[in-house]
Design a protein around this ligand. Structure first.
Ligand code: 13P
Length: 251
């Protein structure tokens, strides 16, 4: 039985004060040391240390939304894996469709980031997902297969045991249009079969595959009840304590 993992990707929202307010509502609204699933929050870089301080006596874990793969040096504006570790991060989201589509991140760059995260003891939440026109052209599986194979190139089975994969159909992100539970399950099952080809049954049966894209407190329960959907990566609905708590409770 895989334990569900609910993660909040705050994206470019919440300054320091707003982070304090949201985390205080979150930690007072749930039993933070007795969760029935794993919970991760991923604030902006500028709020990470504050979030670490506020969450360190709880079971809620901390993640970042991005990092660069080099160790240090002349990379203006970038953040390293060691920096994220030093402010208490355990996870890092990599390959989010907003990074791919707005900032031009390639599969190769994402692969380098995944390798560095693994080597640094950070757990990647590796995002994949097709565009609307790709789904309509009937090439969803082809797109996902390429993203998975390239993103996970030269990643060992042992490292795979450390990772979370998030399936986020791009057309469902921030649009209010979620994949149906059946549509999502179909792709999750396909991703698990790709991991089985790459690393065998034990890793593929244990790897957490989250769904993301307009998950809210109304649709979470049905999505999370699908066999291969092991959690959710949540944008908008993670910015309100009440809706995020409802989703946690839906597990
Ligand atoms: P929304 O939940 O706002 O659609 O965002 C999903 C997402 O991109 C999480 O990473």
């Amino acid at each position: 039985m895989r334990r569900k993992v609910i993660a909040g990707n705050w994206k470019m929202n919440n300054d320091l004060k707003e982070t304090q307010n949201l985390l205080s509502r979150l930690t007072s609204g749930i039993s933070v040391n007795n969760l029935n699933c794993d919970v991760i929050v991923c604030p902006a870089f500028t709020s990470l240390f504050e979030a670490y301080t506020l969450l360190k006596d709880t079971k809620i874990k901390l993640g970042a939304q991005n990092m660069y793969f080099e160790t240090s040096g002349a990379f203006t504006g970038e953040i390293s894996a060691a920096m994220l570790k030093s402010v208490g991060c355990e996870y890092v989201i990599l390959g989010h469709s907003e990074r791919r589509n707005i900032f031009g991140e390639t599969d190769e760059l994402i692969n380098n980031k995944i390798k560095k995260a693994n080597a640094s003891g950070l757990k990647p939440i590796f995002c994949v997902g097709e565009l609307l026109e790709e789904r309509e052209a009937g090439i969803t599986e082809k797109v996902i297969e390429k993203q998975i194979r390239s993103g996970l190139k030269d990643i060992s089975s042992e490292e795979m045991g450390n990772m979370i994969i998030a399936y986020e159909p791009v057309w469902a992100i921030g649009t209010g249009k979620t994949a149906s539970p059946e549509q999502a399950e179909e792709v999750h099952k396909f991703i698990r079969s790709l991991i089985n080809d790459k690393c065998g049954a034990s890793i593929s049966e244990n790897i957490i595959i989250q769904y993301g894209g307009s998950v809210n407190n109304k649709n979470a329960r049905e999505l999370l009840s699908q066999k291969d959907i092991d959690g959710a990566l949540i944008g908008g609905a993670s910015l309100k304590a009440d809706s995020f708590i409802d989703i946690i409770q839906a597990t």
